[in-house]
Design a protein around this ligand. Structure first.
Ligand SMILES: C[S@@+](CC[C@H](N)C(=O)[O-])C[C@H]1O[C@@H](n2cnc3c(N)ncnc32)[C@H](O)[C@@H]1O
Length: 286
């Protein structure tokens, strides 16, 4: 699969998901987005670029921090996500928030116009993320900061999904997937540089940054039930897996996951899973 086709599929999956994204009662992206902003530490009056902004999990907390003299621009390849972010911005009269449809690998933005570039769970979708990180350097003012979050991967896990969930998916159910959508292939092709912190630090430094820090912290993912989690999984990166399964396999996977996830609840209580998240911060080295 060439990268153009891959990007069309990613944009289409997130367009389909946009209206329900982060709105199905499963807690994850909102707390993770808030935490990313705490790591990025934008200050009053600063300009922030959020790549792969989704519906604004990091955009709005960043807008709170930069205040009316600052501004936050979210970019996303999925127009549906951008429309949602703009709708929230208008509904909340956030004059310091804008969102644009743009490929985060080729940002067409003025040089030296941002103090912070951040990305929540989005660099994992970029076919050549280390090269993209390098393209953010000229966009940043002197002293610019980078901050992004990713899953903490194991080898062979589905690259857009925390490994704890990939482990619940029987490999036999994935045998019909087109080869290019198999977890190992995707992980190796796009995200292997994120697996080992030493590789990650090297890649970020090579892209033009220094003072690279990698911190793994848990985020509590909370869902009402296994079924609620599975419904939600169709609105995030796992949608790319669902879309490539046959109907039979999809049905089987749905019921396997619901059973496995419900077994992790205590009684009728919610499903709470501690998901490790990797936060990476760095400074432009110039
Ligand atoms: C898992 S979502 C995360 C969204 C948001 N940052 C959050 O924390 O909720 C990943 C986002 O990256 C976007 N994305 C994927 N590839 C992209 C690309 N090449 N350029 C810009 N955005 C991209 C998707 O459309 C999606 O909105």
């Amino acid at each position: 699969m060439d990268t153009a086709t891959y990007k069309v599929e990613v944009a289409s999956a997130f367009n389909e998901a946009a209206a329900r994204y982060d709105r199905l009662g499963v807690e994850f992206f909102t707390p993770m987005g808030r935490r990313l902003v705490e790591h990025a530490r934008p200050e009053q009056g600063e300009s922030v670029l959020d790549i792969g902004c989704g519906v604004g999990a990091s955009v709005f907390p960043a807008a709170d921090r930069v205040g009316p003299r600052g501004n936050v621009l979210g970019i996303d390849i999925a127009s549906g996500m951008v429309a949602q972010t703009m709708e929230h911005a208008r509904a909340q009269s956030r004059d310091n928030v804008t969102a644009l449809v743009m490929d985060a690998e080729r940002p067409d933005l003025p040089e030296r116009s941002f103090d912070v570039v951040m990305g929540g769970y989005s660099v994992i979708f970029l076919p050549d993320a280390p090269a993209a990180l390098g393209r953010y350097v000229p966009l940043m003012a002197d002293g610019g900061r980078l901050a992004f979050s990713t899953p903490v991967f194991d080898s062979g896990t589905f690259p857009f999904l925390p490994p704890v969930f990939t482990d619940l998916i029987p490999r036999s159910l994935l045998s019909d997937l087109p080869p290019e959508w198999r977890p190992e292939r995707l992980q190796q092709r796009f995200n292997s540089w994120l697996e080992d912190p030493a590789d990650l630090v090297r890649a970020v430094e090579t892209a033009g940054y220094s003072d690279v820090r990698v911190v793994d912290e848990p985020v509590d993912m909370v869902a009402r039930s296994g079924e609620a989690w599975v419904d939600w999984s169709h609105t995030q990166g796992m949608r790319l897996l669902w879309e490539h399964l046959t109907e039979d396999r999809s049905r089987e996977l749905r019921s396997t996951l619901i059973t496995a996830l419900d077994a992790m609840r205590s009684g009728d209580g919610p499903l709470t899973i501690e998901v490790p998240v990797r936060y990476v911060t760095a400074r432009v080295s110039r």
